[in-house]
Design a protein around this ligand. Structure first.
Ligand SMILES: Cc1cc2nc3c(=O)[nH]c(=O)nc-3n(C[C@H](O)[C@H](O)[C@H](O)COP(=O)(O)O)c2cc1C
Length: 192
């Protein structure tokens, strides 16, 4: 089964990361998860759950969490990350986007993205911000030219979503598609 790294940062949209994990675990995907310090705070605020409870809930399903400042984590090494199918930053703050675009590896999320770029491991940076300034746009273009997928979280409505979960499944599903993982969790476009 493939292994993935999921990085959760302090952008709004913790539900996307939660949904991604809910789908990945029953598929048997090995997920290593890093939640930035600010990501933990925003997650607690948006999901109304203490971060430790969130962590324990997914640890029971096999997800391995890495402290966001653990520079000794195996994930910080190219020789280990090489065996992973991809790195996903979901949701990705423009702060993390900027740090990665500048090569500033001040936490494990930045470092893992940096390693993914140098090792040519698929990297999806699912940015959530609105509107975007020129720095954000330049950073996205820079990373896209280096091989990362510039992904702005933007759920569609043509598939008639019934609730917020449907929107989150659409976003998570697009990421699984990009990684070549068959999850089939959203309604694809089909003309009636
Ligand atoms: C409730 C809340 C929502 C936020 N939403 C966003 C967002 O959608 N996009 C973003 O780039 N930053 C957002 N931020 C700001 C980031 O959390 C902040 O820039 C943080 O330093 C990012 O750090 P990180 O990338 O290390 O997680 C939000 C902050 C809070 C408290």
């Amino acid at each position: 089964m493939p292994s993935l790294v999921l990085c959760i940062t302090g952008a709004s949209g913790s539900i996307y990361a939660q949904t991604f994990l809910e789908v990945a675990t029953p598929l048997g995907i090995n997920v290593d998860c890093i939640v930035s310090e600010r990501g933990q705070k925003v997650l607690e605020y948006e999901l109304d759950i203490p971060f430790n409870n969130f962590k324990e809930q997914f640890e029971k399903k096999g997800v391995k969490f890495h402290p966001p400042h653990d520079i000794f984590s195996p994930l910080a090494s190219g020789s280990i990350l090489n065996s992973y199918k991809g790195v996903v930053v979901l949701p990705c703050s423009v702060g993390t986007l900027g740090a990665v675009a500048s090569g500033i590896s001040s936490n494990l999320v930045h470092r893992v993205c940096d390693v993914a770029l140098k090792e040519r491991i698929p990297l999806v940076m699912a940015v959530r911000e609105m509107p975007l300034n020129a720095i954000h746009l330049e950073n996205m273009l820079k990373l896209q030219k280096m091989g990362a997928v510039a992904f702005v979280i933007s759920p569609a409505f043509y598939n008639k979503p019934k609730d917020i979960k449907d929107l989150a499944l659409f976003v998570a599903g697009k990421i699984f598609d990009l990684l070549g993982i068959k999850a089939e969790i959203y309604k694809r476009w089909k003309k009636d």
